[in-house]
Design a protein around this ligand. Structure first.
Ligand code: ARG
Length: 575
């Protein structure tokens, strides 16, 4: 069972080689879905030019080579090839897909080790909406790589270190450990931070304490380290509540925060300096990767050690990239981080290459995440103008989902579960369905709508197929009938489903989960047309037709369930 577009590409390439010589075997036949046939191949136009032959003549020659093709080939216009596949070929491919536990989805060979750096909220602040997308897109990428057989190493690069921790620890002592932990666990990190900040700005004695606390923290003083752990553990417990609600696969084992690299920073600097990759400039240790200049045309530094001897964000990332290549043995490293950090990552990758820490065999990729905007087109904020709390946003989605289904007569427990799945599905799908580097507007009404390219629409289609099987009194896995594609709507759905495996390969290579959203949206739409035109369990449908249609329903259901799972979107049993 292969994607028809791939099968066709190979067949046309063979035809080209045979008709015009082996040097044409790698030419792209330019196969695209068409409104006049299943597919159109436009290669005859460009090839005709190159061979100085009439494109129609070239097209006819290709057609002649395709005489044993399971479908019809027609030459039209100036030399387009219109290709229509035989129904029986589509059906038998769909049948093979249904018989395959992997639904025709291949494995990446040889399998790769992929480090996915994602989520990475900052502990000194409330996890805000800015981290929602990096979390959700990163989690989907991790799921996709795992599904295709890669070894995935999740790295949650928490912002868990730095000078603010001096004042945070002093504030924790002021209000008492118990109160602090309660506050942090409840997600009041921003309030905690702000209260510390006010004292830091207005109270000289507090400022002194905070400063010397930074020194004892950096020196690894046991009492201070214990307090740091108290702070971090409570914060992480709150992050975990969010991850759990969102159904994100990150666990404590995936935490590899900035603090983890502390013991490596000195050596990182020394090695960079010894190899001549980094040089002293105005008292700071800097790498000047070629090709980066500031507005004044002067070379731009990546500062590895500040002039006061302190380490920064870039130091940690240099240590991290070396660790990921050398210790974790990554083949690919995906940094799922906001696009405002593009320059930072370009410079880190370039500096790591200079240092010889990032060989050509390893690809480091910044998966740029576009900003989430409010309806006013500006960075999403709460009414009071602060960055919005993630938990509040998620709760609002759940409440709205609950209201939307309130009249469907479910008991409270069922309604709560559906509301949670639909709310989280809506938020996650909205995040994923737009290409990851574009901005997108957070619009509850749109994301929760039961029509259009939304999570709830696809969840609903999936739940509807499940309900068909409940009514038919049979498990989808127990359908023994074959797939027969008689009606146009059946054929269109069957043909579409065949593209699933190749799509997953492509979007995993290119880090484009939004294309999976598109595919599932089309699946749900084609299913809904099929279901309107081809009744399955209505009176008057003969048992044989019913069983063939149930077989197509079962395949569609598995594609939807697998696809949604790879996006991390949950599906309620009923809706
Ligand atoms: N904590 C950082 C932030 O919120 C993101 C960290 C991304 N990962 C990295 N290796 N720098 O901006």
């Amino acid at each position: 069972m292969t994607d028809p577009q791939i099968v066709l590409t190979e067949r046309v390439q063979q035809a080209l080689a045979h008709a015009f010589g082996p040097e044409h075997a790698d030419a792209d036949p330019l196969i695209r879905p068409s409104q006049f046939a299943d597919f159109q191949a436009n290669v005859a136009l460009s090839l005709g030019k190159r061979l100085r032959r009439a494109p129609r003549e070239v097209a006819e020659a290709i057609k002649a080579e395709l005489s044993d093709f399971p479908g019809t080939v027609e030459v039209s216009g100036p030399g387009f090839l219109n290709i229509t596949l035989d129904d029986s070929w589509i059906a038998s491919e769909a049948q093979q897909m249904a018989a395959d536990p992997r639904l025709g989805v291949g494995m990446i060979t040889p399998s790769q080790t992929v480090v996915v750096d994602y989520s990475a909220p900052n502990a000194a602040k409330e996890m805000h909406v800015g981290h929602l997308r990096t979390t959700i897109v990163g989690d989907s990428l991790a799921r996709l790589h795992e599904h295709l057989g890669n070894t995935v190493i999740r790295q949650n690069h928490l912002g868990d270190w730095g000078t603010p921790f001096g004042m945070l620890i002093e504030h924790l002592l002021d209000i008492g450990e118990e109160a602090a932990v309660a506050q942090l666990e409840a997600g009041m990190g921003t309030e905690f931070y702000q209260a510390a900040r006010v004292k830091f700005d207005g109270d000289e004695a507090f400022r002194q304490r905070a400063r010397s606390r930074v020194t004892t923290l950096q020196g690894g003083d046991p009492t201070t380290m214990r307090l740091w752990h108290v702070f971090m553990d409570a914060t992480v417990r709150y992050f975990n509540k969010l991850y759990e609600l969102l159904g994100v696969t990150l666990t404590n084992a995936d935490i590899a925060g900035e603090s983890m690299y502390n013991p490596m920073l000195e050596r990182t600097c020394d090695d960079l300096e010894a190899s001549g990759t980094a040089v002293m400039s105005e008292g700071a240790l800097c790498v000047f990767p070629p090709g980066f200049t500031g507005s004044d045309d002067k070379p731009l530094p990546l500062i590895i050690r500040k002039s006061d001897g302190g380490y920064g964000y870039a130091t940690t990332d240099m240590a991290a990239i070396r660790y990921r290549v050398h210790d974790l043995k990554a083949d690919r490293i995906l940094y799922v981080v906001g696009n405002e950090q593009t320059l930072h990552f370009k410079m880190v990758f370039a500096a790591a290459k200079l240092a010889g820490w990032l060989p050509d065999s390893v690809s480091a990729e910044h998966i740029q995440i576009g900003m989430m905007l409010g309806k006013d087109g500006r960075r999403f904020r709460t009414r009071s103008g602060e960055s919005a709390k993630l938990m509040d946003l998620l709760q609002e989605a759940i409440d709205r989902a609950s209201a939307a289904i309130s009249e469907r007569g479910y008991d409270e427990a069922t309604r709560n579960e559906i509301a949670r799945y639909v709310g989280m599905g809506a938020v996650k799908y909205a995040d994923l369905s737009v290409s990851h580097d574009s901005e997108y507007v957070l619009d509850f009404d749109r994301m929760l709508s039961f029509t259009g390219n939304t999570g709830p629409y696809i969840q609903y289609a999936t739940a509807r197929i499940r309900s068909i099987f409940r009514k038919a009194g049979i498990q989808p896995a127990n359908v023994k009938a074959s797939i027969v594609l008689a009606a146009p709507a059946e054929r269109a759905l069957g043909l579409h489903l065949l593209g699933f495996g190749e799509l997953l390969m492509q979007i995993t290579a290119d880090s484009e989960p939004h294309r999976l959203c598109n595919f599932l949206f089309q699946t749900a739409s084609l299913f809904s047309t099929f279901f309107e035109e081809c009744p399955v369990i209505k009176a008057g449908v003969d048992p044989e037709t019913r069983d063939h249609r149930l077989a197509l329903c079962a395949l569609t259901l598995r594609v939807l369930e697998t696809g949604l799972d790879l996006l991390g979107v949950p599906v309620p049993e009923r809706m």
